[in-house]
Ligand binder design. Structure first.
Ligand SMILES: Nc1ncnc2c1ncn2[C@@H]1O[C@H](COP(=O)(O)OP(=O)(O)OP(=O)(O)O)[C@@H](O)[C@H]1O
Ligand SMILES: [Mg+2]
Length: 466
């Protein structure tokens, strides 16, 4: 950039994007030019939100000497992505102000401005007085971290930009979006982003379902109402645990039209289960799965008797998992609460995606189908449940004594309401490879069995863990 272009970029921040051959969308220009103190951006995946805020941060650093811009997100890896975009933009402008100091997470310019990328931990974010605070993936930033960073803006009247896709009707991002606070609110759905095609969304809809598309592309906060595992994020890890550190175990949920799902990892000596790989494929013959999966201890959906036999013939060690979803969910929840479940979020993307969608029925569905979770997004999670139901068999046995049910326990609730006049659809036969709880018995227990909510709300449930 020559001196003239530099002056032009001072007046027109979209020139920073142009230097990267990006022509800013109308909504991006709006963000770049606006001078609001607080901005909330509820934008779909890949809309270009990180790109635009990185230009805004670079503009602040270049043209407000001595300024401090901070980037915060739930994890340092995500903040580092935005930081990387800032450095890219800075390079594409030929570094008009010299860098005095530069690392992967921090840059200090000769004009005294700094841009710093923060880890998502409360104790490390207290000592700054920023001019600009960017919170990426804001809906996933915990409330206490948000509360800890807000006071930093008081003295200099720093600007706050929070950007995200929605993540359920909870947390500060949702509250601020719905509230009447002094925020400039910008919403960009996939329809406003010309780079996302209708064909792509149709495929996302087919593969991931309406809840996913509503959350990730339609900017709706509805998808996560009544999640079965609302705290699943607590399990995320970036680390890979070596198999030698414990026992290698895995779980399998059989599937054909629904995906075949297997998750596996290591149960270490401290009873922490590290799930670090998954297989998630539709319409793939069983022998291919048997060939692809490691030879470890497997626990599988007991409904798939022939599949279990076929795996045995392929020299796999495989046992039947347990089918009571109430107890399985309670056991997984207990692991989440006590930090004994770790999930490698980069290698287990389908497991992570399902945990964001697997939910209890809403009020209307409940009146027709009952209390159990909706029978979708439960393939990788089903595999995990078969595994946990067996490695935590003592915990489960104790629960079972408190909450007896029919032999196999209840099955999940159907996702779709019947059309008017139709009754509950429990009688409809399930296809082979249904991926659900194929052999579940519903309505055979004369005494009303305890619901999942009864079990989870029972204070004595957790006593074994204390
Ligand atoms: N106005 C634009 N014109 C062309 N390409 C753009 C524009 N804005 C962003 N992009 C490109 O779109 C892609 C996604 O951008 P970006 O990472 O900023 O999106 P995001 O909304 O932060 O995505 P995610 O939801 O994955 O965090 C990038 O390759 C970026 O260069
Ligand atoms: Mg982004």
């Amino acid at each position: 950039m020559n001196a003239q272009q530099l002056i032009a970029a001072a007046l027109d921040p979209s020139a920073i994007l142009r230097a990267q051959s990006i022509e800013a969308d109308a909504w991006q220009k709006d963000i770049l030019f606006c001078r609001d103190q607080q901005i909330l951006m509820n934008c779909c995946r890949q809309a270009g939100k990180s790109t635009v805020v990185s230009a805004k941060a670079l503009h602040t650093a270049l043209y407000t000497p001595g300024s401090l811009s901070l980037i915060l997100s739930p994890g340092q890896r995500q903040s580092a992505e935005v930081f990387h975009k800032i450095v890219q933009a800075y390079n594409s402008m030929n570094r008009p102000v010299r860098a005095e100091y530069e690392t992967q997470l921090k840059i200090e310019l000769a004009n005294g401005s700094r841009v710093i990328c923060l880890p998502g931990k409360e104790e490390t974010v207290r000592c700054f007085t920023p001019d600009l605070l960017i919170i990426d993936e804001a809906s996933r930033v915990p409330d206490d971290l948000y509360r800890a960073v807000r006071p930093m803006l008081a003295v200099k009247k720093g600007r706050l930009i929070a950007l995200s896709t929605p993540f359920g009707r909870r947390g500060w991002f949702f509250d601020e979006w719905e509230g009447t606070g002094p925020w400039k609110k910008v919403k960009v759905t996939w329809k406003e982003c010309t780079r996302i095609t209708a064909d792509f969304i149709a495929e996302e809809l087919r593969a991931m379902g309406q809840g996913w598309v509503d959350q990730e592309y339609n900017c709706l906060f509805t998808a996560l109402e009544g999640l079965v595992y609302p705290d699943f994020e607590k399990c995320y890890t970036d680390f890979y645990t070596l198999p030698g550190l414990g026992k290698s175990v895995g779980g399998i949920d059989w599937g054909w039209r629904n995906p075949f799902a297997a998750v596996w990892g290591v149960l270490d000596r401290n009873d922490v289960l590290h799930i670090q790989d998954e297989r998630y494929l539709r319409e793939t013959p069983l022998h291919e799965h048997a060939k692809a999966l490691p030879k470890i201890m497997w626990y599988a959906d007991p409904a798939g008797r022939t599949e279990i036999e076929e795996f045995r013939s392929a020299n796999h060690t495989i046992r039947r998992g347990m089918n009571d979803i109430r107890l399985g969910i309670a056991a997984i929840s207990a692991r989440i609460r006590t930090g004994r479940l770790k999930v490698n979020r980069f290698r287990c993307r389908n497991l992570v995606a399902e945990a964001k969608l697997y939910r209890y029925p809403d009020a209307k569905e409940r009146t027709i189908h009952g209390e159990n979770p909706v029978d979708e997004h439960n393939h990788a999670l089903g595999a995990l449940r078969y595994l946990v139901s067996r490695i935590d068999s003592r915990f489960i046995a104790k629960l079972r004594r408190k909450a007896p049910s029919a032999a196999d326990g209840p099955i999940e609730t159907d996702a779709f309401l019947p059309t008017e006049g139709e009754g509950p659809s429990s009688s409809s036969p399930r296809p082979r490879y249904s991926g659900g709880e194929g052999s579940g018995v519903r309505g055979q227990n004369p005494a009303k069995p305890a619901t999942i909510q009864d079990i989870m709300n029972d204070p004595t449930l957790w006593e074994t863990l204390n």
